[in-house]
Design a protein around this ligand. Structure first.
Ligand code: ATP
Ligand code: MG
Ligand code: MG
Length: 578
């Protein structure tokens, strides 16, 4: 079995090259956008791995590597987006590399392997290889099975023949699929990764980074360990499905007598109600199920960012879930928890109504100005002024035609408080619109009461003289239980508000994931109104806002000077359906 242990010479040479610094790498393939699983991997490679090994800060280094061995799936768009996301997440690699920058070296090593009798050019088709693997499987399960010979008929061809053919592969004289370079590993091993892996295949397709220089491309398995070694990585950290590939990883490094990094595996992150696979996410994008890779419902870094998540929130989440080798299905509520805890501090408060109902304050002669803190528990963050005018909007959810005990909103004849005004408002009249009583009212006629002067209803009905001394006892006014938000109808800023729900209807989307897509994952409220103070301060794309009593929001890139577009990041409290 291949050994992971470096000789003293290899180790000394490695340390001489790194100057004793400990190096990890983050190696995404540019075949899609990064998602929150990659956030975990970055957190691990740029931070946690060092913490776990108690590596001092000045001795840590992380290489950011594009693992770009599949030109058919990779593109410049993905290359650029990955770099942006890595920077946005706040990680600073010591170096940015591309596996494809090593194509020449990898090719030279392949020749060395052929010369050493450790690789051969093979002409088996995919089908042939599959059949041989089936035989190897039976043989591995039972040494007496005698299922036949699992080896390629070209396995023992002369070295020179393989060298000539490999040269032909490189110079474009072999058709796609007509030849591969295979490693002469161990067809009797119980580990299928040892069954003569394919190291090179012919592909007449330009490469997004290397251009059209090559028509033979190394496979992931061949490339990954070699580049890890060439880059002098100390800890090569990958997800658990790669565990069985350790043996082949070390086989190849041993075959070339190269420095061997330490391989560690950790569990892949899965989050409920979403999928974390670039292949599936690409399908959602291509199938028009979402607005693109950066759709606020997507678990991509770009999607989460557009949804209002910050790098800090994502990294706190990664810190919280830590690293484990157990199956890792994390409840999406945990992510939302970290969003709330971060946004509660960073988002300034404004009032708004998603489905506005007009209110006329019959007894308000002159507009009043009130002041509200931008962040209630942080006066140093400033305040804003809001005008209470004769006509207002309130949200439809704050009015019901029928009152009930557990309802603190407005109802016919009922009084509620108005947020930030020490005032109450009583609904005196309901004006129905075209939809009659089945639709929200067209308008509510209300009267304003001053909370400081409003006589207590109890005090008014109390029998005189019962407080002794012949004087009516002064009792505090009855404060309404509900304090609703409002927006001046005269000054309201129109907004489109997008509310999001989970992308999938089940916790763990399975083989039928495409049927488990939530058809109601987005709800667009086109007629929302927001207090004009929203425009007085920072409101560029990405600005976090809390619409009071409604949720945490962020300004979306679809905003125009005429129309503010907000995405709801999360509701204010856990599990409110609102
Ligand atoms: P996908 O299936 O989404 O394409 P991948 O593993 O092929 O994922 P890469 O871009 O090649 O994705 O991965 C870069 C690094 O991120 C790898 O080290 C990989 O192990 C890690 N990674 C990818 N997805 C996850 C995940 N869900 N949880 C933790 N780490 C992940
Ligand atoms: Mg990969
Ligand atoms: Mg992949």
């Amino acid at each position: 079995m291949a050994s992971a242990v470096n000789s003293k010479e290899l180790l000394e040479a490695h340390v001489a090259r790194t100057g004793g610094k400990i190096r990890t790498r983050f190696p995404p393939e540019p075949n899609g956008y990064l998602h929150i699983g990659h956030a975990k991997s970055m957190h691990m490679n740029f931070h946690l791995a060092f913490e776990k090994e108690a590596v001092p800060r000045d001795r840590r280094e992380t290489v950011f590597r594009y693992d770009d061995t599949n030109p058919e799936a990779e593109s410049k768009e993905y290359i650029d987006s990955i770099r942006e996301d890595l920077e946005w997440m706040g990680w600073k690699p010591v170096q940015t590399t591309y596996s494809s920058d090593s194509f020449q070296l990898l090719y030279d090593m392949a020749i060395k392997l052929i010369e050493g009798g450790k690789a051969y050019v093979c002409h088996q088709t995919k089908d042939d290889i599959f059949k041989c693997r089936e035989i190897a499987k039976v043989n591995a399960a039972d040494p007496n099975a005698n299922a036949g010979d699992p080896c390629s008929p070209w396995r023992n061809r002369p070295v020179q023949e393989s060298l000539d053919l490999f040269e032909k592969m490189r110079t474009g004289q072999m058709g796609e699929g007509s030849a591969t370079l295979r490693l002469k590993m161990d067809m009797t091993s119980p580990n299928p990764n040892m069954w003569d892996q394919v190291a090179y295949r012919v592909r007449y397709i330009p490469h997004p980074h290397a251009g059209d220089k090559w028509c033979v491309y190394p496979t992931y398995d061949y490339t990954h360990c070699l580049v890890d070694s060439l880059e002098d990585i100390d800890y090569s950290i990958c997800t658990l499905e790669f565990e069985t590939r350790r043996e082949s990883y070390y086989w190849l490094l041993e075959a070339l007598d190269l420095y061997r990094p330490k391989v560690y595996e950790f569990a892949r992150l899965n989050i409920t109600r979403t999928v974390l696979s670039k292949r599936k996410l690409l399908k959602l994008v291509k199938g028009g199920k979402v607005r693109g890779w950066d759709d606020p419902r997507m678990p991509t870094i770009k999607g989460l960012r557009r949804r209002g998540y910050t790098a800090e929130i994502l990294n706190r989440f990664c810190e919280d879930i830590g690293v484990t080798r157990n199956d890792n299905l994390i409840e999406v509520e945990k992510l939302e928890h970290w969003a709330r805890s971060g946004l509660n501090v960073s988002s300034r408060r404004v009032m708004g109504a998603l489905s506005p109902i007009k209110v006329t304050l019959s007894n308000l002669e002159e507009a009043r100005e009130v002041e509200a803190l931008d962040v209630p528990f942080a006066p140093e963050r400033g305040s804003h002024k809001i005008r209470l005018t004769k006509t207002l909007f309130i949200d439809a959810s704050d009015f019901r035609r029928e009152d009930s005990k557990d309802y603190f909103g407005l109802a016919p004849g009922k009084m509620v408080g108005l947020k930030y005004c020490s005032a109450t408002m009583r609904c005196d009249e309901v004006v129905d619109g075209e939809g009659g009583k089945d639709a929200p009212p067209a308008e509510l006629i209300c009267s304003l009461g001053d909370l400081s002067q409003e006589p207590s209803s109890e005090a008014a009905s109390a029998p005189a003289g019962d407080a002794g001394g012949g004087e009516t006892a002064k009792r505090p006014p009855v404060r309404p239980k509900g304090n609703i938000s409002w927006v001046s109808a005269e000054e309201a800023v129109r907004a489109e508000v997008r509310l999001y729900n989970h992308l999938f209807t089940v916790d763990s989307p399975d083989d039928k994931w495409e049927e488990q897509i939530n058809p109601e994952s987005e709800c667009v409220m086109t007629g929302a109104v927001i207090d004009p103070s929203v425009l007085e301060k920072e409101h560029s794309v990405g600005t976090p806002l809390q619409l009071e009593r409604i949720g945490f929001f962020v300004v979306d890139k679809d905003s125009t000077p005429e129309l503010l577009v907000l995405n709801r990041t999360v509701t204010l409290k856990e599990a409110t359906g609102k």
